[in-house]
Design a protein around this ligand. Structure first.
Ligand code: A2P
Length: 331
């Protein structure tokens, strides 16, 4: 098999990772088409030993594409994904544009792979902070059921895109040199800070990112009753999101049993030797594929509760890798 595959937003933080993951996983790409804005037209990207020229999306001929991976923001997805589908492509969209549409599957291959079967041209890739959490929750959910989840996130700036990576670098440099720096991507300085604000605030006091963690978890598990209360925080880390997760289960489960389940789970790696100071770290998870879980313990606040710490590379499992895994399910 040899497919014509497109990456839309190919020059972005996630798009570049998509190209790398396609190559690393030997996805059967016959022809790769790369799209970005007119600013990037003519740029060259290495793929499988040759150079692919970036095309301006607005003037491209979209015929002949079989699979298109989108990561250029929801405005571009809304405008262009239907055009790709009309020309015969299946779109795997990393933006928020279609995630909650009832006729669009929202898929994490370790959790709900069968949902790809009912797609009608578009499959949505969930939000990065949701993906790593549900991968860790899935084995526990299947074994004892989950009633509620309380989660706080510690999210890397790469989730906001290239401009945010540059802003953190420049702020750190300015700080060291004793210079003033006015942030433009985030509302406040991100260097040496923690911003409890990801996405716009909604009327209930939660942010959009926090509501995504509730709504997307329900859709992925097909369980409208599961409760998720999230506090999402941006921290000055370049890659990998960390999350502190506490769950209340329906049946009692011990920490030892959770460790055993997670050690056997696909896509998960347990790092949990607290006496040897071993637990998942953002810098260790960067550029890796797994969802790393540690600090697994019975929770003191719930009689049927478990707490843990989960870390994963937001650009890989949180975005590009999950999208390519969905494409693998399709073929
Ligand atoms: P470009 O580099 O030409 O601006 P990030 O999430 O890292 O900010 O990246 C966003 C991606 O979306 C980039 O590849 C960017 O391309 C692309 N993009 C932004 N605006 C458009 C547009 N109008 N048409 C096509 N691609 C776009």
């Amino acid at each position: 098999m040899s497919l014509t595959v497109a990456v839309v937003g190919a020059t972005g933080a996630v798009g570049q990772e998509m190209v790398k993951v396609l190559e690393q996983r030997s996805f059967p790409v016959g022809k790769l088409r790369l799209f970005a804005s007119s600013r990037s037209k003519g740029k060259e990207v290495n793929f499988n030993g040759s150079k692919v020229v970036v095309e301006d999306l607005s003037e491209a001929d979209l015929s002949g594409i079989q699979i298109a991976l989108f990561s250029a923001g929801s405005k571009i997805s809304k405008e262009y994904a239907p055009k790709f589908v009309e020309k015969g492509a299946t779109v795997i969209d990393n933006s928020k544009a279609f995630r909650m549409y009832p006729d669009v599957p929202l898929v994490v291959p370790e959790v709900n792979p069968d949902d790809v079967k009912w797609h009608r041209g578009i499959i949505a890739n969930p939000n990065c902070s949701t993906i790593q959490m549900v991968v860790a929750l899935k084995p526990i959910y299947d074994k004892v059921g989950i009633k509620r989840v309380v989660v706080s996130t510690y999210q890397a700036v790469s989730g906001t895109g290239y401009k945010a990576i540059a802003e953190l670098e420049e702020e750190v440099k300015a700080y060291v040199e004793g210079k003033e720096y006015t942030p433009s991507v985030y509302p406040y300085q991100i260097a040496f800070n923690a911003l409890p604000h990801i996405g716009p605030f909604e009327n209930n006091g939660y942010t959009e990112e926090e509501m995504k963690m509730l709504n997307e978890t329900r859709k992925i598990f097909g369980d409208p009753k599961i409760m998720v209360s999230a506090t999402t925080v941006r921290i000055p880390v370049f890659r990998s999101h960390s999350e502190s997760v506490t769950i209340e289960t329906i049946e009692k489960i011990t920490a030892e049993e959770v460790k055993r389940l997670l050690r056997e789970a696909k896509g998960v790696k347990v790092i949990d030797e607290p006496k040897e100071n071993l637990y998942p770290l953002a810098i260790d998870a960067a550029y890796k594929d797994e969802v790393f879980v540690g600090r697994i313990r019975e929770d003191l606040a719930f009689s049927k509760g478990i707490s843990f710490w989960v870390v994963s590379d937001n650009l890989r499992k949180g975005a590009a890798l999950n999208a390519v895994q969905i494409a693998e399910l399709l073929i």
